[in-house]
Design a binder for this molecule. Sequence first.
Ligand code: PNW
Length: 511
Amino acid sequence: MGTNAKSMASTSIIDGLEKKRKIEDEWRSIYSAKQPLNRQDFPPHFTFGVATAAFQVEGASREDGRGLSIWDAFTLVPGKICDGSNADIAVDQYHRYKEDIELIAKLGFKAYRFSISWSRIFPDGLGTKINPEGKRHYNNVINALIDKDIQPYVTLYHWDLPLNLFESMGGWVNEEIVKYFAVYAETCFSSFGDRVKNWITINEPLQTAVNGYCTGVYAPGRREHSSGEPYLVAHHQLLAHAEAVSIYNKKYKDKQGGQIGLVVDCEWSEALSDRVEDRNAAARRLDFQLGWYLDPIYYGDYPKSMQEKLGDFLPKFSERDKELLKNSVDFIGLNHYTARFVRHAADNPEHNDFYRVQEAERIAEWEGGETIGEKAGSSWLYMVPWGVRKLLNYISLRYNNPPIYITENGMDDEDDGMSPLDEMLDDKLRVSYYKGYLAAVHQAIRDGADVRGYFAWSLLDNFEWQLGYTKRFGIIYVDYKNGLERHPKSSAYWFLRFLKAEEDKNDKLDY
Ligand code: PNW
């Protein structure tokens, strides 16, 4: 039995390799004849921007009345951050926002996606007393952006929950949090909405549910799959999102004329073979990332596959919840980095309860070393440009062609502290990543997907959560050893040429 199962498994992996090569051939045949793309190839109102998040770039963690967040506490726990670092200073954007905004403008981007630190606005999260210094800071940032003709895209929650809300009530496991989030969100709409026309409620609820409450690699570091916490956490994030949107729509939208959405993250899942069970597994994997959040919004409930696999683990929506959730987005924000082949696996070898319930195994590498795409710095990130085209088409088909913004896309370099600066600045691999992914986004638009914007992650190298400062996602290098000086990398200059639509004869296509 055991041997049989094994040999069947390896046969299907070989099938997968053939499939991979076929997809890559198709991909190459689409692009080999084309000239390099530039901004003019995208629709005139398409938005190009760069993205960051408060905790990863701001620093000034104890200044001007800011309260602590769960990530401040988490970075103090020995062993949680791989280089033992924290984000007390990070890349000091709190003090250098003018310089950074100047750089965004110089590179030719017309939008900046950043997040507001909840505990700068309400230090204990409770929403009783606003911290005027926090409000002043974001007013300054927003005004500086508008001065330079850069549209702010503001995320209200990018993982830095006020610590008090975790310590006093368990954070996202407690339904009470919905009302505190609503108060915070409304405070932001009323304080900044005269100038901010693009709002995002929550960044990647999936990562908070899975890594915050199942694997424990993110704050608050809980490992509570067996009690169903990740599903409760996801549920309450959805309800908080819906509540905030309902307030925005009722009281602010007409007056302020903005739009509001949710940011989800998803890697593309390609069935390893055409066998029904592999195709089902790949579909299920997409349900467990994307459908988990988008099905309740577009169809009023969690995906069938999740209901089947999780039973009573999945919380139920009341009629009121369903009503509030229904169509509660003007656009979908999509964070996308990579892809995997997926096959059915009743006993998933990935040591993680969340994957085990899905009965879907993710594959990025074959025996002999061939990979789904070139490897980036982080172990989870492979460069697979064709994946984003498939994912955008999948979203369009499943959710009736909604407006989509790619709110994050990018790759990282490892910083082993050994490479000289000029080598780190000449980030050829990142340039080819962006060329490939933008070409695939362009193709998806031609296929009919309603993609309205694209944000590179990230403007700057920054604090990469549990990986500290060991990974660099920036198109601008930050010199941690020399006063946090900023140095644009080759990819930044590539974007400058792309956005200004200057022809570069040397820019050969190398998708
Ligand atoms: C995003 N994955 O998170 C976050 O929004 C950023 O804050 C972060 O810096 C960036 O990606 C790079 O990691 C993700 O494992 C983290 O598939 C992990 C995954 C996806 C997104």
